[in-house]
Design a binder for this molecule. Structure first.
Ligand code: ACO
Length: 426
């Protein structure tokens, strides 16, 4: 038997029965009965933007799966590039498919010299790398005018490859410029993650060698951040993409949303918060301030997870190995204490606030020697695959342009008053 709901319009007594399909009810049934009555849901808390077969989250149980594969298995056994393939194509690649995919990505890592020198290096010397990345992504669309042809699957795939391949290069370029170091060209003999580390950190050595534990930790972080269903930035990508903007503009818009401290910017904000707290003894007064509404405990809470974010658990485990190598950060002790106090406190328990992915990711990034202003960039690099997977999926399903309604609560009609006759409003 199909499950359904029945809505009755008490003004007319008319009813409509709407089937519940895949956990949702189609707004078409609602519209048939209620015409110009809009469903009010200002932060889309109860609105499904569409169907998707990419990422499944069961928030209450702390479950996250990409294309059906549990995140824990992927973090343990996969690589970012393989996960990107999985997100985009729906299946894990065979060895031949993976070789082809890696080859494609590897051969698109270079960015146009003119683009780097004339555009990227024209920012102020201390520009935030996330601001540089957002602008550079948008500017890249001018280098690939064919990208506007979003109806052609081959053209689309070419831009997807370019974006996944070039984002790390642009990210590293933004960092090197901000610290006054020369740009490091991509090294096509290195894997995706090692190549990024090389572009970030290589100085004068002929080839950059990273510790396998460092490479693996970053790989895990890339896997964990690759997608997360309809988060703020992915929804932005879908909304902008629904207007048929080119994929560079789509990813730039998504990246701008990620920049916000409530979203991807939270990892940077967590570190700032931990530094502000400064010592173990200040944890309790800080929690009191949070409860008094003076500030938020950054890295805690999630719209979907009302349980421990599975990514936070994996990161916490991965952190141990990194800290063994890099030495334990005093900020980690503050974070652990914060978590302990918060998880035992009625304020956080009753609101079901748990650590999210960003609570520990910044600490690992710091131990891996990334500057704080690169943390959100480190999120954007792998999330590019997720944004593009959703963009492709949406276009393949030929969605309509996103265009929500509003509930107008402004003035009713009134007449224009000449300026000299106006009185100041309250
Ligand atoms: N610290 C203190 N209180 C919080 C926190 C927090 N981090 N998060 C939510 N609350 C409280 C709210 O004040 C509210 O309390 P109230 O009912 O008394 O008013 C209640 O919990 C519900 O909060 P909402 O803001 O309605 O929750 P929402 O789902 O809209 O927000 C969000 C989710 C934005 C992630 C929020 O929890 C937050 O701001 N967290 C801190 C920032 C952060 O870590 N962001 C990263 C999220 S993961 C990611 O984007 C990758």
């Amino acid at each position: 038997m199909t499950e359904s709901i029945t809505i009755t319009d008490n003004r007319t007594g008319e009813s409509v029965e709407i089937p519940i399909l895949n956990g949702g009810v189609d707004s078409g049934g609602w519209a048939k009965l209620l015409g110009n009555v809009w469903f009010s849901d200002d932060a889309f808390s109860h609105t499904a933007i569409g169907e998707s077969s990419i990422t499944q989250i069961v928030g209450a149980e702390g479950i996250l799966r990409y294309r059906g594969y549990p995140i824990e298995q992927l973090a343990l056994r996969s690589t970012y590039l393989e996960v990107a393939y999985l997100l985009l194509f729906g299946e894990l690649p065979t060895p031949d498919q993976f070789d082809g995919w890696r080859d494609e990505i590897t051969h698109h890592t270079y960015i146009h010299e003119n683009f780097r020198k004339r555009f990227m290096e024209s920012f102020r010397y201390d520009a935030h790398p996330m601001g540089v990345l957002v602008s550079s992504l948008a500017a890249l669309s001018t280098y690939y005018p064919e990208a506007k042809d979003i109806e052609d699957p081959e053209v689309r795939m070419r831009q997807i490859v370019r974006l996944i391949a070039k984002v790390p290069t642009m990210a590293a370029a933004a960092h090197r410029f901000s610290i006054g170091m020369p740009f490091v060209y991509p090294d096509n003999d290195l894997d995706f993650t090692s190549n990024f580390l090389s572009m970030m950190f290589r100085v004068a050595e002929p080839r950059y060698h990273c510790h396998p534990a460092v490479r693996r930790a970053l790989e895990i972080l890339f896997i964990l951040h690759a997608d997360h269903s309809q988060n703020c930035s992915t929804t932005t990508a879908r909304v902008v993409g629904s207007a048929h903007a080119d994929p560079y503009s789509v990813v730039a818009a998504a990246c701008a949303a990620l920049y916000g401290p409530r979203h991807g910017g939270a990892n940077e904000a967590v570190l700032a918060m931990l530094r502000d707290i400064g010592s173990y003894e200040n944890v309790d007064p800080f929690i009191a301030d949070v409860k008094a509404g003076k500030c938020r405990l950054m890295g805690f809470g999630h719209r979907v997870y009302k349980n421990y974010d599975p990514r936070a658990r994996i990161i916490k485990e991965a952190a141990d190995e990194v800290f063994q190598l890099a030495g334990r950060s005093p900020l980690l002790d503050i974070a652990l204490k914060l978590e302990e106090v918060a998880l035992a406190d009625e304020y956080f328990i009753s609101r079901r606030l748990y650590p999210n992915v960003d609570f520990y990711s910044g600490l690992i990034y710091e131990a891996l020697k990334f500057p704080t202003n690169m943390f959100t960039v480190l999120f954007a690099i792998p999330r590019t695959a997720g944004w593009l997977a959703h963009w492709s999926e949406m276009l393949e399903r030929s969605s309509r342009i996103s265009r929500p309604r509003q509930l107008y609560v402004g003035h009713p009609e009134r007449d224009y008053v000449p300026m000299a006759e106006r009185t100041p409003s309250a």
